[in-house]
Design a protein around this ligand. Structure first.
Ligand code: SIN
Length: 277
């Protein structure tokens, strides 16, 4: 099988054909995927019916895996996050976000597998935070370049939802202790491509340290709107057994919550990255 790439939009995204992710990948195949990920920022693989263990094995080729401190995970494979959303477990990822920026070393990427889909809806959008940064004026880029922002796990994971019984409270308190507020640059440099990208997100960023709260709110609000501009985004309509692999250092994503009361099940493996700079 020979690997083929089809680009999706000018800003980001490509479909990869000619690979079976249930097999052990060769050094050449992994190098190809690493290069393609850096270039296209998100890769899609169609018709890949892999088990959770195979998904974990695939993800582990790219680095150490993160275990989510609050969100449900598969009981026998905690490195696989279980995003099983329905009427009685509401989706909470319908916000533009970068995964796990509450960590000192946020993920370099994540691999998401579609397991069960609603009859209609449940798409996911990704935005290139590098294309969004590139489109800003030079004086505004210069203004942002020196700034830092705080990120909080509690912003997307409020105690009111995630610490409602004794067992969850203990898990929640452990998460808050393990992940105190953390500061990251507002603009980060991708460690491989060297591209600069916006690294604030509506999921976890609370404020820009160097600005007053009012100024910070105005700047963040503008940046969140800017990031969501269609020019920087793509929208993926899932089929069961599709797999997406995104570069979390340079993209944001939004899962459209338009399918209730139907059910949607996704499995995510999350690969730990470096400290942003
Ligand atoms: C995520 O927010 O990491 C998962 C996106 C999705 O469920 O489509």
């Amino acid at each position: 099988m020979s690997l083929r790439i089809t680009q999706i939009t000018p800003a980001l995204g490509a479909i990869v054909d000619g690979i079976d992710l249930s097999q052990t990948l060769s050094g050449d195949q992994l190098a190809f995927l690493n290069d393609a990920l850096v270039k296209h920022q998100i890769l899609f693989f169609k018709n890949q019916p892999i088990t959770p263990q195979k998904q974990l094995d695939f993800a582990a080729n790219f680095g150490e895996l993160h275990v989510h401190p609050i969100y449900p995970v598969l009981p026998d494979l905690p490195e696989i996050m279980l995003i099983d959303t329905h009427e009685n477990f509401l989706p909470d990822n319908d916000t533009w976000h970068i995964d796990v920026t509450f960590s000192e070393t946020p993920p370099l990427g994540a691999i998401l597998a579609a397991k069960k889909l609603p009859s209609l809806g449940g798409d996911t959008l990704w935005s290139s935070a590098a294309a969004a940064y590139d489109a800003l004026s030079e004086p505004f880029k210069h203004f942002l370049d020196g700034l830092t922002a705080q990120h909080s796990v509690a912003k997307s994971f409020p105690a009111s939802r995630w610490a409602t019984n004794k067992q969850d409270k203990e898990k929640y308190e452990n998460a808050i202790t393990k992940y105190p507020l953390v500061t990251h640059p507002v603009v980060r440099t991708h460690p491989i491509s060297r591209r600069k990208a916006l690294f604030i997100n509506d999921g976890f960023t609370t404020h820009i340290n160097e600005l007053s709260l009012v100024e910070s709110n105005i700047v963040l609000d503008f940046l969140y709107k800017h990031i969501a501009r269609p020019e920087f985004t793509l929208r993926w309509r899932w089929e069961v057994n599709d797999i997406a692999f995104w570069d979390n250092r340079i993209t944001q994503h939004y899962a459209v919550a338009d399918y209730l009361p139907e059910r949607r099940i996704m499995h995510r493996a999350t690969i730990i990255g470096d400290k942003p700079y």
